[in-house]
Ligand binder design. Sequence first.
Ligand SMILES: NC(=O)c1ccc[n+]([C@@H]2O[C@H](COP(=O)([O-])OP(=O)(O)OC[C@H]3O[C@@H](n4cnc5c(N)ncnc54)[C@H](OP(=O)(O)O)[C@@H]3O)[C@@H](O)[C@H]2O)c1
Length: 264
Amino acid sequence: MITGGTDGIGAAVARALFSRGDRAVVIGTDPRKGARLLREAADSPGTASFRQADLGSVAENRRIIRELTEKHPEIDGLVLCARYFQTRRTVTPEGFEHNFALFYLSRFLLSHGMIGALAKGDRPVVVNVAGPGQDTPIDWADLQNENYDGVRAMFATGRYNDLLGVDFARRHGDGPVRYVLFQPGPTATSFAGEYDAPTARFVEHQKATAKPATEVVPPILGLLDAPPAEPVSAFGTHARIAIRDDPAAAARLAAITEQLLGSG
Ligand SMILES: NC(=O)c1ccc[n+]([C@@H]2O[C@H](COP(=O)([O-])OP(=O)(O)OC[C@H]3O[C@@H](n4cnc5c(N)ncnc54)[C@H](OP(=O)(O)O)[C@@H]3O)[C@@H](O)[C@H]2O)c1
């Protein structure tokens, strides 16, 4: 199960999975990209299916969890890759800052919402592809980036994902599901988003110079095939990295998140 599976790192992981005979379910917003992957999968030993969803919406995440866990009661791996950069702050129709909604709330909902199906899977693991290892401090008074800077919001939200992994392990660490935070480092992908001119120039430079997404695939496949023993761990493309695990902050963020979702 791969969110953001229609492009970039997620699509590269999906291709590798169906090419070796696995079943990949990809989630994205663009049906043309979904159809392209399905065409590629048709000639491969494995299978692919596509679900269209705007994961910036809480209701859509809940729909996807319901539909996919009904259709796939056993899930071996959940790879979280969906993201969308915005130079300017926007708010979803449900009232959440967009980066917070897509890059964090969706991952919170999917990680916890798929736990039943994951627990029945074979060596089940969640691989949250984001930015562990960054030390962006949490601004508890401004979790949804009112004081907006697109890059800072992305790093801050990456930090929320670290804490999601820490809190997930506290809740579910006695069970079979492992949680891995994965930092791909600079990678040439679609860099989906809306950029102002200076950021767009930087992104074009990244696309031209960074490593291809296929280079990130082997370590992610390795984690899917043989998840680490620890309930939560963090990896870069070549090695383990430290988790800045702050259990008190993780519990605090989870409590705030649940409150927001209760009223969101
Ligand atoms: N690339 C890098 O240099 C880099 C560095 C560090 C960390 N990362 C992390 O790696 C992960 C993957 O990044 P990437 O660069 O491979 O991504 P990408 O090429 O920008 O692709 C983003 C994916 O997210 C999907 N998406 C965007 N908005 C969505 C929405 N509202 N609902 C559902 N899906 C949505 C897109 O699907 P559609 O096009 O179908 O909408 C696409 O499949 C991200 O979490 C990112 O933070 C990347």
